[in-house]
Write a new protein. Structure first.
Length: 234
């Protein structure tokens, strides 16, 4: 059934940032929310994850109402959120970061299997598994955080600006990995991104958001073929 938002509004104190947004991500679908900085994209992810409670509207995961659920409860339901800031334990090793991400998994054999899968995706993490996270490069930290998401094998993965601060080569690698996670694990993925061209190469559909409102929704393939019209929306 996937993830669905209906007429959701979100605010910081009295400042309403997101106004009546409706969007959805079907099972096994890859969807992008695109827009300029400050449009409300990150706020939408925070609202979904339970970091910010909606002023009004509904948020459903597989048909269940999750408004009011804590982030921890939503992780147990099968969601994982990757923000723009370092989402790791900087003074702990790569291995321990991955183990902590899998704290909802009781079977140690499953934890070990998933960790080995992370190291197959990211051999550099395997080579640095005893290093503290703070000693990793920016790109390696991003890999670690994606690896932490993989440890939970979420139903829905929320990713905020995966290209931020990365070289073009690493951006391509991260985007490719998003597709692999989607295909291998059947994970539904919602990506918030300013790099419109890169996002459209991997997603099925995209929502365009401006000043806290969804102004357009279309299949990615159609948007790629209408570049001139697309950029007029921003």
């Amino acid at each position: 059934m996937g993830l669905e938002l209906k007429n959701v509004s979100l605010a910081y104190a009295k400042n309403t940032v997101v106004r009546g947004v409706s969007l959805g991500v079907l099972d096994r679908e890859l969807v992008a929310v695109l827009g300029h900085n400050g449009a409300g994209k990150t706020t939408i992810l925070k609202g979904i994850m339970g970091l910010l409670r909606p002023k009004r509207g509904q948020i459903h995961l597989d048909g269940a109402d999750i408004v009011g659920s804590s982030p921890h409860e939503n992780v147990r339901r099968g969601m994982f959120y990757l923000g723009t800031h370092n989402a790791n334990f900087s003074d702990l090793s790569v291995t321990i970061n991955l183990e902590l991400a899998a704290d909802t998994v009781d079977d140690l054999a499953v934890v070990e299997k998933r960790m080995n899968e992370v190291f197959r995706f990211f051999p550099v993490l395997g080579a640095r598994k005893s290093q503290k996270a703070k000693t990793l490069s920016g790109g390696e930290k991003k890999m670690l955080e994606i690896g932490m998401a993989m440890m939970t094998q979420p139903k829905v993965l929320l990713i905020d600006e995966p290209s931020l601060g990365l070289s073009p080569l690493l951006v391509d690698q991260v985007m490719t990995i998003m597709v692999e996670i989607n295909e291998r694990y059947g994970t539904s993925i919602l990506i918030v991104e300013q790099n419109v061209k890169k996002a459209l190469t991997i997603v099925d559909r995209a929502y365009i958001i401006k000043l806290g409102e969804v102004i357009f929704e279309e299949k990615a393939a159609n948007l790629i073929n209408q570049k001139q019209n697309l950029f007029k929306l921003f």
